[in-house]
Design a protein around this ligand. Structure first.
Ligand code: NAD
Length: 495
């Protein structure tokens, strides 16, 4: 990547772009009722960026009331979908104009390399508004022929008030993958971004307001688990769109069951990447590295379990171990950086806990040493844990950092069994030169998305979501719009 690929931003310049540190409710910027504030920390330096309100139950009630009123007054929900689509397209245009500032704020808040926020995170968010802005015009029911004497047709209607609860690792992408289809369908939204990384959601509120989204249709509440739980319990909320850990997903499903809210749940992952000996091995090694270090391993679809066919096992391991120390790690605002800091100390310490345990357990550790003594920043170098047992915690649990387990296999059946042998089922991949094997194995992997000869090939037109304990429902693609619509039958007597 050339040094000119990314704009010359730095933390100070990014800070000048921040939206108000306030709640956005009913089209107004307001303080938390209690006055409570939460510090937002730059994970690259440990310095405070700003503070935002720590919303409590009273604030959640204010926000859900605003969203409920905006839905019930009907002006958004019953607007012609093409007109809603036009507003989303305007939002996409505004986002494009402000893309550099959004990328800088996302890098500051999450520690993501600016090259990636510039080339991946913000363009994907723009793509989502354009995709669902266009798809809105296709929201329509159908006339049905019936045996009863009636004119019968279906209507595709919004669900109501959607609470979007999003995680820290891809704030813009995982917010807009809910917000764009939910708005296209005519719902109103209360969005609770992750407590550590709320800054792009606040900027987005400004863009949506400027694009013409009516007051109360999109609301943002900053806060942690108590704010999230208040949303789960709130009777004014009709649907929860959640992305986060499997542990919290269980709380979401249990609590939302009390009022039978509709749910989409995108939860944890532990994706297997299988390298067959017939693959283009140098390309497969490059893919394997990208698959586990992208976003410092804080990626639900990271390829964190590498399965390698025995004849090439030791060669692949040696190449991976040799490559890890050369991956540029450091300042998110440096154009050459590939690995930024982890998004916060709690994430870094969790990863380090696994690495300390691995050393104690006598695991064969290759690559880097884990946490880097780089001042107050949350930096972790990539680490490989080789020859690990399938039932070990390193293989079974989501570590959510740049840590790769590597295991050998002898047959295709064994590779599939190992790949499917965890509670998760979000993503999987295989590297092979054999086309028949590619399709055969893709069909047998228990995952919502399977990549062949590559990793993280994603497009807003393709759905993603989980099997097993990775969740249910799908985001992106036409399926992602269906999650925000419900079907009504209208039957008019012709007798
Ligand atoms: P998390 O589960 O800790 O938090 C996610 C969101 O839930 C945050 O907004 C948080 O404040 C909120 N929350 C926490 N406790 C809550 C509660 N009791 N009630 C209601 N809301 C609550 O997850 P995280 O650490 O922010 O994100 C990392 C996790 O997200 C990983 O497990 C990762 O695999 C998963 N993830 C999944 C996908 C996917 O598409 N499947 C995508 C990205 C991340």
């Amino acid at each position: 990547m050339s040094d000119t690929a990314a704009p010359a931003w730095n933390a100070e310049k990014a800070r000048a772009e921040l939206a108000p540190g306030a709640l956005f409710i009913g089209g107004q910027w307001v303080e938390a009722t209690s006055g409570a504030q939460r510090a937002i920390i730059d994970p690259a330096t440990g310095k405070q960026i700003c503070t935002v309100p720590d919303a409590g139950a009273a604030d959640i009630e204010r926000a859900t009331l605003a969203a409920r009123r905006a839905f019930d007054d009907g002006s958004w929900a019953t607007m012609n979908p093409r007109d809603r689509g036009r507003i989303l397209l305007r939002a996409a245009d505004l986002l494009r104009q402000k893309a550099a500032a959004f990328a800088a704020v996302e890098s500051l808040d999450v520690g993501k390399p600016i090259t990636f926020t510039t080339l991946v995170d913000i363009p994907t968010a723009i793509d989502l508004f354009e995709y669902y802005g266009a798809l809105a015009s296709g929201i329509e029911g159908a006339a049905r022929s019936t045996r009863i004497p009636a004119m019968a047709y279906t209507r595709r209607e919004p669900i109501g008030v959607v609470a979007a609860i999003t995680p820290f690792n891809f704030p813009m992408i995982l917010s807009t993958s809910k917000i764009a289809p939910a708005l296209a369908a005519g719902n109103t939204i209360v969005h609770k971004p992750a407590e550590e990384t709320p800054l792009s959601a606040l900027l987005l509120a400004q863009v949506l307001q400027e694009a013409g989204v009516p007051d109360g249709v999109y609301n943002v509440v900053t806060g942690g688990a108590p704010a999230g739980e208040a949303l789960l319990r709130d009777p004014r909320v009709d649907k929860i769109a959640f992305t986060g850990s499997t542990q919290v997903a269980r709380i979401v499903a249990r609590t939302a069951a009390e009022t039978l809210k509709k749910l989409t749940i995108e939860a944890g992952g532990k994706a297997a990447n299988i390298i067959f000996a017939d693959a283009d091995i140098p390309a497969a090694i490059g893919t394997a590295i990208k698959a586990f270090v992208f976003n410092t391993g804080q990626f639900c679809m990271a390829g964190t379990r590498l399965l390698v066919e025995r004849p090439v096992y030791e060669d692949v391991l040696a190449a991976l171990a040799g490559a890890c120390p050369h991956i540029p790690i450091g300042d998110p605002f440096a154009a050459s950086t590939v690995i930024g800091p982890m998004a916060g100390l709690r994430h870094r310490d969790k990863v380090q806990g696994y690495l300390d345990a691995a050393k104690k357990d006598g695991v064969r550790v290759l690559g880097g040493n884990g946490t880097l003594p780089a001042g107050a920043g949350c930096f972790v170098s990539p680490v490989i844990l080789a020859d690990v047992a399938q039932n070990s915690r390193y293989v079974q649990e989501e570590i959510f950092g740049p840590v790769l387990t590597v295991q050998p296999f002898d047959t295709e059946d064994e590779a599939v069994a190992l790949a499917n042998g965890t509670p998760y089922g979000l993503a999987a991949g295989l590297q092979t030169g054999n086309v028949a094997r590619a399709h055969r194995v893709a069909a047998r992997l228990h995952a919502g998305i399977v990549w062949v000869n590559g990793w993280a090939m994603l497009d807003v037109a393709m759905p993603f979501g989980g099997c097993k304990q990775s969740g249910y429902g799908r985001e992106t693609g036409p399926e992602g719009l269906d999650e925000y619509l419900q079907t009504k039958s209208v039957i008019v007597s012709l007798a």
